[in-house]
Design a protein around this ligand. Sequence first.
Ligand code: MTE
Length: 346
Amino acid sequence: MLIKKPSDIKPSEITPESVYRSRRQFLNDGSKLLLGAAAGAMPGIANAQNRGGLKAPAPAGVPRPEAASWWADKFADIKPAPDAEPYFTGEIITPYEDVTRYNNFYEFGMDKSDPSSNSGEYKADPWSVEIAGEVARPGNYNLEDILKPHALEERIYRLRCVEAWSMVIPWIGFPLADLIKQFEPTSKAKYVEFETLVDPDTMPGIRSRFAIVKWPYREGLRMDEAMNPLTFMAVGLYGDVLPAQNGAPMRLVVPWKYGFKSIKSIVKINFRETMPNTTWNDLQAQEYGFFANVNPAVHHPRWRQDTERRLPQTLFSRSRIDTRLFNGYADQVASLYQGMDLARYY
Ligand code: MTE
């Protein structure tokens, strides 16, 4: 998240390393290389190299995160994304390298490259999740038990960060609604709260004296938002398990909200009657609301929200694009906010 306003930031700070590199490569090697990179990022072309029918399998040669054998069985049978919105977009898919090297995950540090550089010690296996609060089946569940009943599917969603950059990411996972039903919330459950792991030994951002977040990182959704079919529990991307920096082993994806709602590496899910406190709202309530719906008409106090930088920036992709209400998912979610003043409930 931005602490400085965009005009204070040097281009070298806001341009991801990989984009820099591909730009330099282009200057050195001519258009052949960029044409190849652009083609590799096209959904249609990715399809041609498809493993198991996925729209976006991991590109050859990328290091694979380790996975236990039961994970491999799960990942052997993934339902590919359909060809139509909202679970698919025909926009260019952000290359694997950018999705996994340009991250926000403050537990590993505040720079975009910190999560991939500093997560070498992090272990997502074994993993358990505490289910608590207004629910018929509270308890500590290991990840295998949580995932067992759910078939995995691919969803290609836009991710719009509140910092005004965006990506298109091919997630693997299952609807959050299915997980919620599994634990049978009571009629008192009006909100769902999520917490991230706190492990100072393997998460250097937590040890840092410059850390601004009060750990654990927390997020929350209203129950109807959590049950919306778009809301997704991701356990993978590009056909493979999640890398640490993207929130292994399990993270939320709420595509119509700013990226900070999509909490990573979840260890607790708490069903509540009242609205939970959330990390960024606690830190700067004037700037980051509980709802955090993507909205080009409601600007951040320090920068505009009506356009975004689509990553990566190449010669062939128009990098500055218009931001859409609810990140382009208004047909699916606008009814959740009927009658609400979106400027007040930002
Ligand atoms: N979850 C935790 N636990 N810690 C974080 O710092 N950053 C959020 C969100 N989830 C964050 C987090 C923000 S600001 C964004 S934009 C997205 O993760 C980025 O997800 P990505 O790195 O997979 O693209």
